[in-house]
Design a protein around this ligand. Sequence first.
Ligand SMILES: O=C(O)CCC(=O)C(=O)O
Length: 282
Amino acid sequence: MKTLTEEQRIKWATDGYIQLEGALNSDEVSFFSAKLDEVRQLPGFEPRPDELQRGHYKWLDHADDLDPEGFMDRRDLLTYDQAFIDLIDHPGVFDLIVDIMGPWILFSMSQAIVRAATNTFPGYTHTDGGEALRRIRVTETSRPLAMKAMYLLNDVNSEDSGNFTVFPGSHLRPFPEDNSQLNPHTPGAVQLTGKAGDAYLFSHALWHGPAPNHSNRARKTLLYNYCQMFVRWYDFDSISKVADQCTPRQRRLLGDLGYDFRPGSYFYAPLDQEEIIYGSPA
Ligand SMILES: O=C(O)CCC(=O)C(=O)O
């Protein structure tokens, strides 16, 4: 499997993220971009901030906005197309995730976010993993508890275009209890640019979030999240419904250990874990 270059390894350790150019090719970008336009017409999980607590999603008949340039935040993408399943261990990106996290991991979440061009969204900054994980930090040499791959489906060329915004090195500092002043324009924030097909890999502990989008077009992204096996997935309530469409490696990443649950499962990995994760993708 591919591993990080020395330069990427240093950047991951010191900045808490790396950018991979051309992680998806142009056919893949066009395919996923068109799929997101279809997905918003279909039932699925979307946020309901006025109805549900922060970060919780409700099953709806379709996205609120049916315009492909409108806002969408859809969770649990795997049922929409085989390609969303195959992105779990996309060559080139998954290799690096395993290099960073080790082989004892699960796939924990998929998400498509379209950040519409609007003057009403100021952006926000956070760490991942809710109340508990925001209080847990990693050191330069620690494997992360969780990390995400974020795929850009369109070019982001200038600031305030819905950019993925990071505070480099912030994965090594405590997240302030009062983070209300932190935003994509706070000193230290870096609004990343990139080309369609680029991917950002980032640690759960990195302060990050979207910038406002004052450009004249929506910013489309896919987010795939991975965690250490003893943590757990949080996109579905038991092993994903698509398990029978998956390769053995994808099934394992979705939590199918190859035997019925027993105490100890997910704590110590199955004996063939390394063979499955490092082995052939099919
Ligand atoms: O850039 C975005 O739209 C949000 C991405 C993000 O902050 C996250 O996945 O945690």
